[in-house]
Structure formats: C-alpha cells, structure tokens
Ligand binder design. Structure first.
Ligand SMILES: *Cc1c(COP(=O)(O)O)cnc(C)c1O
Length: 248
C-alpha cells in the first residue's frame, strides 16, 4: 500500500500513538508480573474511516473494535478483501436485538451480550450465515455516575448474579462460543474496584466454563488498571486514533 502525503502524516501519527500504547501495555504487564503475549490490544476504530483501519492493518493491528452496527457494517464493507481477511472484528457496543442479524454477518466476536433475547437472535443469525461467533457476557460493573457518559456500552451489562445463567444459555447455543466476560469501568469510579469485581466474576465463571478465558476490560484511560486486574483484551480508541466528538 502507498499513501498520499496527508495519508502519510496520518500513518505516522497512528504509528507513533500505537507504539506509545504498546509501551504502556508492556510497562503495565511488567508491573503486574504478567506475560505481554497474554494481553491483546483491540484498536477501537469507531467514528474513524475505513482508511484508518487499512493503515492500522498495515501497521500490524489484527483486532479492531466497533460499537455501532450501521457505521461498522458500512466501514467493513469498504475494506479490500485482503485487508478484511487480516482482521478480527470485535463488536463492543450496546446491541439491539433487531440488529443482531446484521452484526452476525461481520463480527467475529461480540463483547456486549447481556440478555437471553440477544443470545437467541445472534445464534439464529449465525446459523443462517453458517459461521461461528465468539461471545462475551457484558457485566454491569456499577451504576455509572456523571452525565458525560460517552461509551454506549457502559449502560449495558447484566448484574454479576445473572452471569452464570446467561453463560449457560450461550454455551447451549449452536453457533456461539462463550469466550469470557467484558466490562466497562463506570465513569468517576475507581477502575481498580470495578476490574477486581470483573476478575472475580471471571474466576467464578471458569469453574463451570473453563474455556471462557477472556476478560475484556480497559480503555485509553484505565488500561493499566485492567492489566493489573487480569484483563486479556484491552479496547483502546482515543489514545491511538485521537479524540472523537462527544457521544461519538
Ligand atoms: C469507545 C469504547 C472504547 C474505547 O474507549 P477510549 O476511551 O476511546 O479508548 C472501549 N470500550 C467500549 C465499549 C467503547 O464503546
């Protein structure tokens, strides 16, 4: 791939930001006594164009995250097949049941499953498409405070005492694979407390579902806390792509 001058600037910017975030993850792993390869970076490309996704792929990014179906489906359709083929697409936003069919067409993993109706709708769509989809149960890590809530998914999530039952329903489906748990630290709260609770839920879940090893936690502002508390997948947008408009 070659890029015009403006694109070359963007590529350099993304490369620098990516390296900074990789350094932060490396340092957080060292501080926590964890192996760097046990933590995966998902670059959240919501709001940004498919051209950025192509550049990220060129920089070696293999995992991208999106949180709105309409935007994500259009963006992924724009990618050249050889780029799409390199990427694992994570759907991380709140998901309406009537959008499950659309999401099941392109998402490799859905992080935001928090109710039975969604399990059934995703499984039905995955069966129609003949593809398997990884699924995480989104856990509500506490009532969010403040009104500037920007991460659509923060309001979603099942209460911790509902995780076991929903996990069983996913495990009993035909084309969904239970991968683990996802959580968003409530704004204004201590992320260490939130992510410690998520780790406890994940530990309990693995007693019944040893294959459910993923803990998706941590964003640009709190990835160190997530790594310290056992996260296996980080969802980082702003620190790599730049800031989005409010509620973007
Ligand atoms: C937008 C979003 C992120 C990324 O947040 P940043 O602060 O930009 O890193 C992570 N998780 C979810 C669910 C999101 O919606």
């Amino acid at each position: 791939m070659t890029f015009a001058p403006a694109a070359a600037d963007r590529l350099a910017e993304l490369s620098t930001n990516l390296r900074r975030v990789q350094d932060r993850i490396g340092a957080a792993c060292t501080a926590a006594g964890r192996v760097r390869n046990d933590v995966r970076l998902i670059v959240v490309t919501k709001f940004f164009p498919s051209a950025d996704v192509e550049m990220l792929a060129q920089l070696g990014v293999a995992d991208i995250g999106e949180n709105k179906d309409q935007e994500a489906s259009a963006k992924i359709a724009e990618l050249p097949p050889e780029v799409r083929g390199l990427l694992h697409v994570h759907f991380i936003g709140q998901l309406q049941t009537n959008k499950a069919g659309s999401v099941a067409a392109y998402a490799d993993t859905v992080h935001s499953v928090d109710r039975d109706k969604l399990v059934f709708a995703l499984d039905r769509a995955a069966t129609v498409f003949g593809r398997d989809i990884g699924v995480l149960v989104q856990v509500n890590l506490g009532a969010s405070t403040g009104s500037g809530q920007e991460t659509g998914a923060a309001r979603g999530g099942i209460q911790p005492d509902g995780v076991a039952r929903l996990a069983n329903s996913i495990a009993a489906s035909h084309h969904l694979f239970l991968r683990g748990l996802m959580g968003v630290a409530p704004q204004g709260a201590d992320p260490d407390v939130a992510f410690r609770n998520l780790a406890k839920c994940a530990f309990a879940l693995r007693a019944d579902h040893p294959e459910a090893t993923w803990i998706s936690a941590g964003m640009s502002g709190d990835l160190e806390s997530a790594v310290a508390n056992g996260a296996t997948h980080l969802r980082v947008g702003t620190a790599i792509l730049g800031s989005r408009p409010p509620h973007g």
